[in-house]
Design a protein around this ligand. Structure first.
Ligand code: NIG
Ligand code: FE
Length: 441
């Protein structure tokens, strides 16, 4: 007897299931190695969920479906989970890129009123419709790069009204794009010009006015803890106000100069500490002994031409749960390519391909409380798949500069295809393909 399902994906050259580890929880140290690879693999999908994975022979013996997609020649893995992004902005900032190429420094540009403050001016000036439209375009591009779940921050409004508009734009955009998405309030991203001389007053407004008003529009509260931006004490106040409003915590810490932000955020029970280029040994020990995920953002270091990559080897060997993310934003990391992040992590941080895969699937899913839903191909989870035009999963990160994602499947439905010559036979009637006509930025 065969059971009828909605769709079968068959003949995957390699199916990277990650099912030989626990379905939930972060993977640490050597538990980051097993990939659960099935050669000539198949996935059965019903109601958007994975029903079974196995060889094509096994799956087709037990399940049949009216729609069967032949993924012959492709590597298929869980959709990427990008757990640190800033997609709500109104304009790009290529002018600063040109200034940096001519020798200007990122923090110096920021202190001269550029950087985050330049995005703040753009967001404040934008209509809700314009901000929504740009955000929607940004969200589609995550799917084009194989990410099916993201964390998305506001943080370019820096006032109650402009942060509200940012979260409204995010909600409106997310409603139009088939991504699983969690939202983060980041009012403490920078000090707006009107409070630069009275910074504690802005911290008070964030804690007493913005967080209570906007907490219903977010799952997390974040802060940019960095010398010259929010001090350790101000950052702790912001995070505590987030907790008091029922938000969970994520924190930008120890990016450019060490400040003990990691230890502070771990002590508050943050789900993530992010950046970590300057994390101390005490910070590493704190993360290793906790359920806080260390989120490494090598695209930022690469693009700002800095030297402080997060010490991935030290962190993994110490037993930290680690994740990789794009930090997609208009200033310091304008990429949505998780596979480019893999290239940088492998070459500059000496991570293995297997560690990169775990760090961009199940570990970030855990950091978003979505590990029961996504991050591996265990039956019962969402059928979110990334279809890669590479000869084996070991080639992830190897061919850089292009997009190896041939197709992205969300909740069992192909939503993006990037390989034009395969489209006619890939899409049976009724399979909706969208987002493939997005303009370049
Ligand atoms: O994660 N750390 C601060 N925020 C962003 C940079 C944002 C920007 O330059 O617009 C980051 O790197
Ligand atoms: Fe960031």
């Amino acid at each position: 007897m065969t059971e009828t399902v909605d769709r079968l994906f068959v003949h995957c050259r390699q199916l990277v299931t990650l099912t030989d580890g626990a379905p939930t929880g972060p993977r640490r140290r050597e538990a980051m190695q097993p990939m659960g690879v099935v050669e000539d693999g198949a996935v059965a999908v019903k109601d958007g969920r994975i029903v079974a994975v196995g060889t094509t022979d096994e799956v087709t013996a037990a399940y049949r479906a009216e729609e069967e997609l032949d993924l012959d020649g492709f590597v298929v893995m869980p959709g990427f989970v990008d757990c640190h992004t800033h997609p709500v902005f109104a304009a790009t900032r290529e002018r600063e890129f040109h200034m940096r190429c001519a020798g200007a420094d990122y923090m110096a540009i920021a202190q001269a009123g550029g950087g985050i403050l330049s995005s703040m001016r753009d967001v404040r000036a934008a209509s809700l419709e314009a901000l929504t439209e740009r955000t929607e375009r940004n969200l589609w591009r995550f799917l084009e790069h194989g990410s099916t779940t993201i964390e998305a921050k506001g943080g370019y409004g820096l006032s109650l009204e402009a942060e509200r508009k940012s979260m409204q734009a995010l909600d409106a955009a997310a409603a139009m794009v088939p991504l699983t998405l969690k939202r983060t309030f980041l009012g403490a991203h920078e000090f707006p010009p009107e409070y630069r001389e009275d910074r504690d007053e802005y911290v008070r407004i964030v804690c007493e006015e913005m967080i209570p008003a906007l907490a219903p529009m977010a799952e997390y509260c974040d802060v940019f803890a960095e010398p010259g931006v929010f001090t350790l004490e101000q950052s702790e106040r912001v995070l505590r106000a987030g907790l008091a409003a029922g938000l969970r915590l994520r924190a930008h810490v120890d990016e450019i100069q060490p400040m003990g932000g990691t230890e502070m955020a771990v002590a508050l029970g943050a789900d993530t500490v992010d950046h970590l280029g300057q994390i101390s040994d005490d910070g590493i020990a704190a993360v290793a002994a906790s359920d806080t995920t260390g989120v490494m953002l090598p695209g930022t270091i690469f693009f700002l031409a800095k030297t402080g990559y997060a010490p991935a080897r030290k962190m993994i060997e110490a037993g930290c749960a680690v994740a990789l993310a794009t930090d997609f934003n208009p200033g310091s990391s304008h990429t949505q390519s998780m596979t480019l992040i893999h290239t940088i992590a492998c070459t500059q941080m000496k991570m293995s391909v297997e560690e990169c895969i775990v760090a961009s699937t199940i570990n970030p899913a855990f950091s978003l409380q979505l590990d029961h839903e996504v991050g591996t191909l265990h039956p019962g989870k969402r059928a979110d798949l990334c279809v890669l035009d590479i000869p084996s999963y070991q080639a992830l990160g190897y061919a850089f500069g292009g997009n190896p994602v041939a197709m992205t499947i969300k909740d069992g439905v192909p939503v993006v295809a990037n390989v034009a010559d395969r489209q006619p036979d890939w899409f049976a009637d009724g399979v909706v393909l969208d987002g493939e006509d997005e303009d370049a930025v």
